[in-house]
Design a protein around this ligand. Structure first.
Ligand code: ZN
Ligand code: ZN
Length: 336
């Protein structure tokens, strides 16, 4: 079956089971060496390591084949499209054309430092299917604090937060996997700064929580004024954390990790999550779903993750997509 996006001349033909054309080296994908426009990965932007994070072994740099399209569109609510991965530099428009052909209506482009937050804002200004989130990542903030540049960087984030098409503050939060105890005070201070900014601007917050569930819950619990919506991005908790989220009304955004073989606790969490609090994301180019773990990831792969999520919840796929899309608009507003 060939799925064609028919709305304009940029029609993208994507065939389930085959690597989408924009992701094939030397074809319609762009030359990584060529100058980038605002909607492509910056020529001097970050490149994902060719080695696995844990094992250090070489990754396969081929993009996964296209999954079957979704019957009802959803949004990838956490993507890093400024990152280059694989052998092709794919533009935001190419990413979103392919995603749309497979039933993904768009993506929230997430910031982790000043440059990536500026990229998100610029890309969202060019591309109506993209919205922006801006923030300093919990691993980035302590480094900036040590350099003495945190205040200037955070003040730039507060400026960017007023830009058009900014729909969230993110990603902020706590990461005890990469940041040692000596730097946690700076990480907590930054998390609280971002929560206060999001609350003040009336924007949702996207939280990065890695090996820090208890403290994330504690910080949120003793924050006087929470942002209008709290999203735990790449939700990594178990059923117990899902119960806390259900009680507090915090959104759980599931990534490709929910498909990993060793992720049964995460599937247990998904199984009991309040349907009104479920979101989906790729966190691309990272966290490519099983069985493509380690390969590059892109927004079109939300279709793959959504299918597994429907299985885990024994839900009808179209109904779950509809619910996730509804939840997405509750958090970020209408998607046009
Ligand atoms: Zn994250
Ligand atoms: Zn991320």
């Amino acid at each position: 079956m060939v799925v064609t996006r028919s709305s304009d001349q940029l029609a993208t033909e994507v065939t389930p089971g085959q690597i989408p054309p924009a992701y094939l080296p030397g074809e319609t994908g762009s030359d990584p060496q060529s100058a980038r426009s605002a909607d492509g990965p910056p020529a001097d932007g970050p490149v994902r390591s060719e080695r696995e994070e844990n094992s250090g072994s070489r990754r396969r740099l081929e993009y996964p084949p296209a999954p079957q399209p979704l019957p009802v569109p959803v949004v990838d609510n956490h993507a890093h499209l400024d990152f280059r991965d694989g052998q092709v530099a794919v533009t935001v428009t190419e990413h979103l054309d392919t995603a749309q052909a497979l039933g993904a209506a768009g993506a929230v482009l997430v910031g982790y430092d000043v440059a990536s937050s500026e990229f998100s804002v610029a890309a969202a200004a060019d591309e109506p299917r993209a919205k922006a989130a801006v923030a300093l990542h919990p691993n980035e903030a302590p480094v900036l604090a040590e350099e003495g540049t945190y205040d200037a960087a955070f003040s730039r984030i507060t400026e960017l937060a007023s830009a058009e098409h900014v729909v969230a503050i993110g990603e902020t939060g706590l990461d005890y996997f990469r940041t040692g105890e000596d730097r946690r005070a700076a990480q907590h201070a930054s998390f609280r700064d971002h929560l206060a900014l999001a609350a003040e601007r009336g924007l949702p917050v996207q939280i990065h929580d890695r090996d820090a569930h208890t403290d994330v819950v504690n910080v949120l619990s003793d924050t006087n004024q929470l942002p209008p919506a709290v999203v735990l991005h790449c939700f990594s908790g178990d059923a117990e954390l899902a119960r806390i989220c259900n009680e507090r009304g915090w959104y759980m955004s599931f990534a490709g990790t929910v498909t990993f073989k060793n992720a049964q606790p995460l599937r247990d969490a998904l199984a009991i999550a309040d349907p009104q609090l479920i979101l989906v994301e790729t966190d691309c180019p990272f966290l490519t779903p099983h069985p493509y773990r380690g390969q590059p990831n892109a927004p079109y792969m939300v279709a793959h993750t959504m299918r597994l999520m429907a299985e885990v919840r024994a839900a009808e796929l179209g109904q779950l997509c509809q619910q996730v899309m509804f939840n997405t608009t509750q958090v970020y507003g209408e998607w046009t």
